[in-house]
Design a protein around this ligand. Structure first.
Ligand code: GUN
Length: 324
């Protein structure tokens, strides 16, 4: 018979939307300050090729978010048939543009364009997605620091830290090994002193490995794959999945679900992110944050490179005028 002590509290729901909103207000006030001091605002170029519905919707969200915090967005929309050379030439142009502090090329690119080649052409100082091989390489190495961390992984760790979940010394299991999420989030957890295991499509008995985890990052792209029985009681569950499933009870006929069976998992986990409203809004907030950091780095370098004996007001004036 169940006793009152058998009753477990339900998981704390991590409200990614609210946390992202707080971060966006912090960014907004920093952008205002930059603008008032130097007459400069951060600039983000968002490049999209073709008309995939999901990519178009992500890009629309990113551009809207820029406008809301005062970041200038440079919109580059290429048709599906654009050549690889044209995209690379645009990247070079943006690399040289003084008002562009971040460049994002929305993925996936069409098959005739080599993603690796295009991403490798983005200046590492403007690589706000953190996908340049040098930035990823630095993330993978001990004692090195990349200039930018990939947005979704950075958002996952921010959600953990703002929810009071410590990572150091914990067992973390990442489900999925994509270049965009699974791999970089594993590297980031390792940098944060977790013991990290990656479970993927060829892993034997993933369930028993996931059940060991204090922290689960679900990024497999499989709707509700992770059941309540896979989760160790009290674990922190970050669900990166965004899967469309049919739902005849909805007017739209579909709904979004994560890689975790939320209703089951919330009975077992200590913390859990919902889908939607968990990781998604954090990805956008981290992109804005990376763009702001990129812009601040440029302005700081321009100011500190100036003769220390000069009047700081003159230096600021020159930055405002763009002559420094
Ligand atoms: N496609 C899906 N997620 C991302 C992302 O974080 N960045 C880019 N550039 N493309 C994506």
């Amino acid at each position: 018979m169940a006793s009152p002590s058998d009753h477990r509290r339900e998981a704390t729901i991590i409200d990614g939307k609210a946390i992202a909103q707080t971060i966006r207000s912090e960014i907004s006030s920093e952008v205002r300050q930059l603008s008032q001091t130097y007459g400069k605002v951060p600039g983000l170029a968002v490049v999209i090729v073709g008309s995939r519905k999901d990519s178009q919707s992500y890009v629309r969200m990113k551009r809207k978010a820029c406008a809301e915090v005062g970041i200038k967005s440079f919109d580059i929309d290429f048709p599906q048939q654009v050549t690889e050379a044209e995209v690379i030439s645009k990247v070079h142009e943006l690399n040289a543009h003084p008002d562009v502090h971040g460049i994002l090329v929305q993925l996936p690119l069409p098959n005739h364009i080599n993603e690796e080649k295009v991403l490798g052409e983005i200046s590492i100082e403007k690589d706000v997605d953190g996908f340049h091989p040098l930035n990823i390489g630095k993330l993978a190495m001990k004692g090195r620091e990349s200039l930018f961390l990939p947005c979704t992984p950075k958002g996952c760790l921010e959600l953990l830290s703002r929810s009071g979940v410590t990572v150091k010394g914990k067992k973390a299991v990442v489900v999925g090994r994509s270049n965009i999420v699974g791999l970089p989030v594993s590297l980031l957890l390792l940098k944060a002193d977790a013991t990290v295991t990656i479970v993927h499509s060829r892993t034997h008995d993933p369930e028993s490995i996931v059940r060991e985890a204090d922290i689960i990052i679900a990024a497999a792209g499989q709707a509700m794959m992770i059941k309540g029985s896979w989760i160790k009681p009290g674990a922190a569950v970050i669900d990166v999945g965004t899967n469309v499933v049919d739902d005849s009870s909805r007017k739209s006929g579909y709904r979004l679900v994560g890689d975790v069976d939320f209703q089951e998992a919330r009975q077992v986990a200590g913390w859990i992110t919902p889908v939607p409203g968990g990781v998604g809004p954090m990805t956008v907030a981290m992109l804005l944050k990376n763009t702001l950091e990129g812009a601040k780095r440029v302005i700081r370098v321009r100011v500190s490179a100036t003769d220390i004996f000069r009047d700081p007001a003159d230096v600021v004036q020159e930055v405002r005028e763009g002559s420094l």
